[in-house]
Ligand binder design. Structure first.
Ligand code: TPP
Ligand code: MG
Length: 348
């Protein structure tokens, strides 16, 4: 049988092998660094309080805490344009909402299932949304937010609104098939999206090295020609610097980019976690060596911020969190007639 001739492509070779520059650590002013510190501390204290309320039975259902990962949401989202850009994430979402300046009271009230909650008490920990702030959840299906985020990016491009979508997902989610279908379309259509892989080293109870053939997750876009950058996710200024670089790439029409944030979660995967997959020493060692909040505290001290000023910030944050907790306990639950409302919201 005659051999079929080698197929000749009529399309020009895709030569997009340009790479973004190596990101620089962001040079923050004292005021900016203080703001980052406050936001990270707010997330930490808010999450600690949520953990307590869960233990007391005020919060039902699932609850995944963000403690340890604060620098990622704060550093990245500080670079976004709140009027244009959109954010989407998974179920570990309270930190991302707080970093976006959403009122802690309505987040805590959502956790306790109250009508005043941001999803009217009907979403809970994993399903918080604020279309007003272009925050599109809060999703419980691992990896689903990647495809949905790609859709948000498509909408930005289609509507020519100049916005960029930021889609967060975990190291575990990075092994889901729909992530790669999304990567393909995003690069093909040069969609304005930053894929943020929050590599906190574990998916529930499985370490990234045990589950991933390629554990350098920033390389996961290579076969789609999507560049990736690995970032110290425990350093808020490194996170901000990486966001600047990624935004420059995406806003100039070059298509998607991947940021792999090397981070760590201190608490269990969710509120019930036998924690048999890692030692206490491992967790303690990360806390001691690279806690994102302590690092910033030291930098602030170097900038001559006094202990009294730092204590005042701590007191201010504790007050905000206590007020949110009081509100979330006292405000009423939704009326049963709300059961069938808000099932579908048209956002575009
Ligand atoms: C499609 C799907 N499969 C499995 C689960 C159960 N599940 C919930 S969280 C999780 C681990 C995800 O880990 P990772 O993506 O690393 O995120 P992290 O929890 O570390 O933030 C799994 C398997 C799910 N919610 N959805
Ligand atoms: Mg993980």
């Amino acid at each position: 049988m005659a051999k079929a001739p080698a197929r000749k492509s009529t399309e020009p070779a895709k030569t997009n092998r340009e790479r973004p520059d190596e990101p620089q650590r962001y040079q923050a002013s004292k005021e900016e660094l203080l703001e980052f510190y406050k936001q990270m501390l707010l997330i930490r204290r808010f999450e600690e309080k949520a953990g307590q309320l869960y233990g007391l039975g005020f919060i039902g259902g699932f609850c995944h805490l963000y403690i340890g990962q604060e620098a990622v949401a704060v550093g990245l989202q500080s670079a976004l344009d709140g009027d244009k850009d959109s954010v989407i994430t998974g179920y570990r979402d309270h930190g991302h909402m707080l970093a976006y300046g959403i009122d802690p009271k309505v987040i805590m009230a959502e956790l306790t299932g109250r009508a005043a909650g941001i999803s009217k008490g009907k979403g809970g920990s994993m399903h918080m949304f604020s279309t007003e702030k272009k925050f599109y959840g809060g999703h419980g299906i691992v990896g689903a937010q990647v495809a949905l985020g790609t859709g948000l990016a498509f909408a930005h491009k289609y509507n020519e609104d100049g916005g960029v979508a930021m889609a967060y997902f975990g190291d575990g989610a990075a092994n889901q098939g729909q992530v790669y279908e999304s990567f393909n379309m995003a690069e093909l259509w040069k969609l304005p999206i930053i894929y943020v892989i929050e590599n906190n080293q574990y998916a529930m109870g499985t370490s990234v090295n045990r589950s991933s053939a390629e554990d350098q997750l920033y390389k996961r876009g290579e076969s789609f020609r999507i560049p990736g950058i690995q970032v110290d996710g425990m350093d808020v200024l490194a996170c901000r610097g990486a966001a600047e670089e990624a935004l420059e790439w995406v806003r100039s029409g070059k298509g998607p980019i991947i940021l792999e944030m090397k981070t760590y979660r201190y608490r269990g995967h969710s509120m019930s976690d036998p924690a048999k997959y890692r030692s206490r020493e491992e967790v303690q060692s990360v806390r001691d060596k690279s806690d994102p909040i302590e690092q910033v505290k030291h930098e602030l001290e170097d900038m001559k911020v006094t202990e009294a000023e730092l204590k005042a910030i701590e007191a201010e944050i504790r007050k905000i969190v206590n007020e949110a907790a009081d509100f979330s306990e006292q405000t009423p639950e939704p009326d049963p007639s709300e059961l069938y409302t808000d099932v579908l919201v048209e956002s575009y």
